[in-house]
Design a protein around this ligand. Structure first.
Ligand code: G4P
Length: 191
């Protein structure tokens, strides 16, 4: 998606450890117009995929997931990383290891919000090592629901997540696909 690649070139900063900082439009401050365009782009790819719900993980996945849900006209569910007063039991839970933060999180979704007829689109901000997506795959399997696709705003093609989704046989759409970082510059994949 050209407008997104241009924004990454303009506002993204490459940090040590192959981390792309995009917190002025995606991870902290959010650009709603850009989010809306990205939601429309996800919807154009998955409009015929029979999607009934969008799934994501808090927190940075929520904005693109909501926009995808808006354009697909389906509900959006975000897995929580912490239990809350209103989220205590009757949960689907999976373990997600964060390489960047080096912590294990349990992610949880209330069982009431998923049923066997559901066909979900998983949306997230970054696809890096694929841990978040794997956690949602695990929940989908436990819940007996089908994953109809994975949509990510930015994938780092050189990390494990891309291949993991391809190997799972699930259609993958990345709105921007980064092949590498060279001398602090972002090199986008050509296809
Ligand atoms: P994953 O995202 O594919 O699961 O891989 P990984 O375990 O490496 O990612 C851990 C966290 O770091 C995730 O956020 C992910 O979105 C984020 N991340 C990975 N690579 C980058 C990057 O290049 N730039 C930025 N800005 N973030 C990256 P999280 O822990 O789920 O946090 P959040 O959603 O609460 O923000």
């Amino acid at each position: 998606m050209k407008i997104l690649e241009d924004r990454i070139r303009q506002d993204g900063t490459v940090l040590p450890g192959n981390v792309l900082k995009v917190d002025n439009f995606l991870n902290h401050q959010i650009d709603p117009q850009l989010m809306d365009q990205m939601g429309a782009e996800f919807a154009s790819h998955f409009k015929n995929a029979g999607i009934t719900k969008v799934l994501t993980v808090e927190s940075s996945g929520i904005a693109p997931a909501v926009m995808a849900g808006l354009h697909l006209q389906v509900p959006v569910i975000f897995a929580r990383k912490h239990k809350s007063l209103t989220l205590q039991d009757n949960l689907y839970t999976a373990k997600v290891y964060s390489y960047t933060k080096q912590v294990n999180n349990d992610i949880s979704i209330d069982r009431r919000f998923l049923s066997r007829e559901d066909r979900v689109l998983i949306v997230d901000d970054f696809l890096a090592n694929g841990q978040a997506v794997q956690g949602l795959f695990d929940i989908a399997e436990t819940a007996g629901i089908t994953v109809g696709g994975v949509g990510v705003v930015i994938e780092k093609r050189f990390q494990k997540g891309h291949q993991m989704v391809v190997d799972a046989g699930v259609p993958l759409v990345a709105l921007a696909s980064i092949a590498s970082f060279a001398d602090g510059q972002v090199i986008f994949a050509q296809d």
